[in-house]
Design a protein around this ligand. Structure first.
Ligand SMILES: Nc1ncnc2c1ncn2[C@@H]1O[C@H](COP(=O)(O)OP(=O)(O)OP(=O)(O)O)[C@@H](O)[C@H]1O
Ligand SMILES: [Mg+2]
Length: 256
């Protein structure tokens, strides 16, 4: 495989939901006593295949809960697929959830080194990047404050500032840009465009058509965990709108 290449083949990811199935108080007591709990399997993503070439930019589009973040987590290696295969080549810089890979008790400064270590950089290498990261984040003196006191926009700034300086082959951005203010969003978009011209693969989740269209010519539409469309972003958005209007199929829950 080439650096920056992503292959998703018939991938499925399920979550196990544990529910106490009780109708009377007595049953509740007995079930608790016996530790009897029923498990249901919920397929958040199923039968999804995608081929993403090095340097390509793709948007993942779909309603809340359609499986976008789950699919991105599988590509980022945070989750393993329960079915099918996911192959990824190269260094991934994932911005998947606000504060993922951060320790809230530590300062912004310490979190930069922690994140660097998670991405395979030595302390010395991160020292070389540190000033640039802080400058990009524009957090100033807040860099020495525990990040549990950060606002969501400040989290996003730190996260993106790190992600954009770790020489990725693949950049994954899951909506986190949406919490930054407009000026910071523009700065991130400009940086993403630089990455695009440098041939870095880019996967983007956004509910904002303008932002997605600006950065990604291609889009995959997820609908209840299935791939409903994969193609030019204009058509993808039409498909997404149609699906939003149509009747929703029931959830794919199986007893186990
Ligand atoms: N850890 C989990 N345990 C159980 N179910 C989960 C878990 N994470 C996600 N899900 C379920 O999987 C489905 C897909 O969630 P996912 O976060 O991938 O959706 P999404 O497309 O990213 O949605 P959004 O637009 O709201 O970010 C949802 O129904 C969600 O409830
Ligand atoms: Mg999500």
């Amino acid at each position: 495989m080439r650096n920056g290449e992503i292959r998703v083949r018939d991938a499925g990811v399920c979550y196990r939901l544990y529910r106490e199935k009780v109708s009377t108080l007595k049953e509740a007591v007995v079930n608790r006593f016996r530790h009897l709990r029923s498990a249901e399997i919920f397929w958040a993503v199923r039968h999804v295949s995608l081929e993403i070439e090095p340097g390509e930019a793709i948007a993942l589009v779909g309603h809340n809960g359609s499986g976008k973040s789950t699919l991105l987590k599988t590509i980022a290696g945070v989750l393993m697929p329960d079915e099918g295969e996911v192959f990824v080549q190269g260094r991934i810089s994932p911005m998947i959830e606000l504060g993922a890979g951060f320790d809230p008790e530590l300062s912004g400064r310490d979190n930069i080194f922690l994140n660097g270590a998670l991405l395979g950089f030595s302390r010395k290498q991160m020292e070389g990047k540190f000033d640039r990261i802080v400058a990009f984040s524009e957090l100033g003196d807040f860099i020495d404050m525990p990040i549990k006191n950060y606002s969501s926009g400040m989290y996003a700034r730190l996260g993106f500032a790190i992600a954009q300086d770790v020489e990725p082959d693949i950049l994954i951005v899951d909506e986190v840009l949406a919490v930054g203010d407009e000026r910071f969003q523009e700065k991130c978009k400009a940086r993403i465009r630089d990455f695009r011209s440098a041939g870095i693969t880019f996967c983007f989740v956004s509910h904002n058509y303008e932002a997605a269209r600006e950065l990604c010519p291609r889009a995959a539409v997820l609908h209840h965990g299935r791939l409903a469309f994969d193609g030019p972003i204009g058509q993808a958005w039409e498909r997404y709108r149609e699906l939003e209007r149509g009747p929703a199929p029931g959830p794919q829950i199986e007893a186990s």
